[in-house]
Design a binder for this molecule. Structure first.
Ligand SMILES: Nc1ncnc2c1ncn2[C@@H]1O[C@H](COP(=O)(O)OP(=O)(O)OP(=O)(O)O)[C@@H](O)[C@H]1O
Ligand SMILES: [Mg+2]
Length: 372
């Protein structure tokens, strides 16, 4: 508050000095309070809450250092700028002034112009530190609010995901039961198959989300077991054969007998995500090929399609969550969220493996390698 209304308290036992300070500061438009002793200075400080304190060091009774220390201990007193005035020009006095909590130090005889400059600087410093404290408090508040929101959002996500998982599973189960009913007319069976496809796609999304958040909490640990790849791939074929057929796509699975130590559920869902993507991006009449090879003590699985492929500069980026690329408008997009590949990468890496994209000319080839 470096306004003309700023209140300056001058504590000095010398009447001449007090008069000089008053005349100089009032000329500048400050309002000036005077005290002739340390004790009356402290009282005035408490009553009037000045914006700046000018303190003579040597006074009978309570001296300037003692006044400063006591003012600093008063509520609000820790931020008021204190300028010491002294005839003593030695380092010890200077050090003591700083130690007592002084902001500035002026030696007598005080030149009026200098007094004004120092007071102005002290007030400015105080204003700036008050603003800084205010900004700091604001930033802190915003950080706390953000943190609270993030935590709430995380909790909400995990509620939604957990609560969706079981009803969606139940839907899938009932659809499966319906399909086993041989008396159901073919048209109804086709509808049920479509329902099942959609339910699986929803389940895939929910499980992707669940595992991504698990991984964020460091809890995506694969439960490894001996997996029969041919049997696993057969399950995948069953899950997608209808969709491929109705989209006019071929589904070729070229997996010989092979085994890998992996979390069967995670691996199945990785492959489901890759095949689902391939189906979504393939043009009618093309084929999706899934093959696996054993190489240097590792198992490599490839999912290739005849779609638009993925440009080299996007081949890392697509594995980040919520990343979806712009393809030609001919590609039909079914409500995906850009989470599938993020999940695949986390799941493969949790196995100590690696996932990457190669050029299929045309199309994309998603490759993953798992240590055997
Ligand atoms: N086989 C592919 N051919 C061409 N582009 C693909 C292929 N697979 C993925 N992409 C591109 O990578 C993006 C990210 O794929 P990702 O599986 O992570 O998300 P999504 O399929 O869009 O949605 P979600 O999997 O969450 O349902 C896709 O939006 C698409 O642009
Ligand atoms: Mg996907």
């Amino acid at each position: 508050m470096d306004s003309p209304q700023a209140k300056i308290l001058v504590v000095d036992d010398n009447a001449e000095n007090r008069a000089l300070a008053r005349a100089t500061l009032e000329d500048e438009g400050y309002s000036v309070l005077l005290a002739a002793t340390g004790e009356s200075g402290i009282r005035l400080f408490e009553e009037q809450r000045p914006d700046c304190l000018l303190l003579d060091v040597r006074m009978p009774g309570t001296d300037g250092f003692a006044v400063c220390a006591r003012v600093r201990a008063l509520p609000g007193g820790e931020h008021t700028p204190v300028v010491f005035l002294t005839a003593l020009r030695d380092v010890e006095t200077f050090d003591r002034a700083l130690k007592a909590g002084g902001d500035d130090f002026l030696t007598k005889p005080v030149r009026p112009a200098e007094l004004v400059i120092r007071v102005r600087a002290a007030l400015k410093l105080r204003r700036m530190s008050a603003e800084l404290a205010e900004h700091y408090a604001l930033v802190r508040q915003q950080r706390d609010d953000l943190m609270r929101l993030t935590l709430q959002k995380e909790r909400l996500t995990s509620f939604v995901v957990h609560d969706l998982k079981s009803p969606v599973n139940t839907l899938d189960l009932y659809a499966q039961l319906l399909l086993e009913d041989r008396t159901l007319p073919e048209r109804a069976r086709t509808s049920v198959r479509h329902i099942r496809d959609e339910v699986r796609s929803l389940l895939r999304l929910v499980l992707n989300l669940l595992d991504i958040s698990k991984s964020e909490e460091g809890q995506l640990t694969p439960a490894r077991a001996d997996v029969d790849l041919a049997a696993l791939v057969e399950e995948i074929r069953e899950a997608f054969v209808m969709r491929a057929k109705s989209a006019g796509l071929g589904l070729r699975l070229e997996v010989g007998a092979g085994r890998v130590m992996a979390d069967e559920d995670l691996l199945r869902r990785v492959l489901e995500n890759l095949v689902d993507n391939a189906l979504r991006h393939s043009p009618e009449g093309s084929a999706i090929i899934l093959c696996s090879v054993q190489r240097e003590g590792a198992v490599e699985i490839r999912v290739a399609d005849g779609g638009p492929g993925i440009e080299p500069d996007a081949r890392e980026r697509v594995f980040e969550r919520f990343v979806q690329l712009e393809h030609e408008p001919t590609v039909k997009r079914r409500g995906g969220r850009g989470l599938g590949l993020a999940f695949c990468k986390l799941a493969v890496e949790a196995h100590g493996g690696r996932i990457w994209i190669e050029d299929g000319r045309p199309g994309a080839v998603f490759c993953l390698r798992l240590p055997a």
